[in-house]
Design a protein around this ligand. Structure first.
Ligand SMILES: C[S@@+](CC[C@H](N)C(=O)[O-])C[C@H]1O[C@@H](n2cnc3c(N)ncnc32)[C@H](O)[C@@H]1O
Length: 254
């Protein structure tokens, strides 16, 4: 693992309220919080993730990779790779993934099947321009403190024609499913998190959905970052969603 200095204060979670109505942090405060939060929940991240999604997170990640239809041996960046599930699946499929994450705790707990892991900010990738054939990300979009900056940086490191797939939580479509989902995420998941990991961190999870742009906002942000062919793929009744795009070959774009 290539390790950077772990800049964020280890106590960033202390004194921050994740209760409904309290303001969510932005900019550097958000980045410090996200890093500390994931450092803190890393040891039990996979277990809680699997329980809170009823094991659906694994098929969602598989689908995210399938949608891209990559050629064997493609160089694929997994940004916000966490414990490396996407990177491991990519390795198994004969791709060449590289995992990037801010949190040293998550990288230390990772099981990425031997993929190289780098501690870095996705908004300042230590990679040359057009180095990657594809970029994937699982449940990290709402955690990026500078989403437009990350998308611009992803546009820089992707080769023209390169593919992007961003997996995230969604907003279920049916009324009943939406109600069940809300009760589960706002009442059950924080208790599950408190029992098995860190209650404060798992109170942040349902609130962090507020950072997600709508699909049309996302499409315009991706357009500004040099992407075209932006598509939305609902998963499991839109409990989760995947947004895909292609790096434009138009040289006028960044
Ligand atoms: C919810 S976890 C997702 C982990 C994994 N991708 C998965 O599918 O389970 C979000 C990850 O994004 C990382 N992250 C947040 N902001 C980041 C940034 N600016 N650069 C790199 N990683 C970041 C966090 O440290 C965390 O590990």
């Amino acid at each position: 693992m290539i390790r950077a200095t772990n800049g964020g204060p280890a106590h960033a979670l202390k004194g921050i309220s994740f209760d409904a109505g309290s303001p969510l942090p932005e900019g550097k405060a958000k980045q410090d919080l996200v890093r500390s939060l994931f450092d803190s929940i890393a040891p039990r991240y996979d277990l809680v993730n699997c329980l809170m999604t009823f094991g659906l997170d694994a098929p969602w990640r598989r689908r995210t990779i399938e949608i891209l239809q990559l050629s064997p041996g493609s160089v694929v960046l997994d940004i916000g790779c966490g414990t490396g599930d996407l990177a491991r699946s990519l390795r198994r499929k004969g791709q060449q993934p590289v995992g990037i994450d801010l949190s040293l705790g998550m990288l230390t707990a990772a099981h990425a099947g031997g993929a190289p892991l780098v501690q870095a900010d996705a908004a300042a990738l230590p990679l040359r321009t057009a180095a990657a054939d594809a970029v994937v990300s699982g449940f990290a979009v709402r955690n990026f403190a500078d989403l437009p900056g990350v998308m611009k940086e992803v546009g820089r490191v992707l080769r023209p024609g390169g593919r992007l797939a961003l997996l995230e939580v969604g907003e279920p479509r049916g009324r009943l499913l939406r109600l069940g989902h809300r009760v589960w995420f706002t009442h059950v998941v924080p208790r599950l998190g408190a029992l098995l990991s860190d209650g404060a961190a798992y109170r942040y999870l349902p609130r962090s959905v507020a950072y997600l742009p709508s699909f049309s906002e996302f499409a315009s942000l991706l357009g500004d970052a040099g992407f075209s062919d932006v598509k939305h793929h609902p998963l499991s009744g839109c409990i989760a969603q995947c947004v895909t795009a292609t790096r434009s070959t138009d040289s006028a774009k960044p």
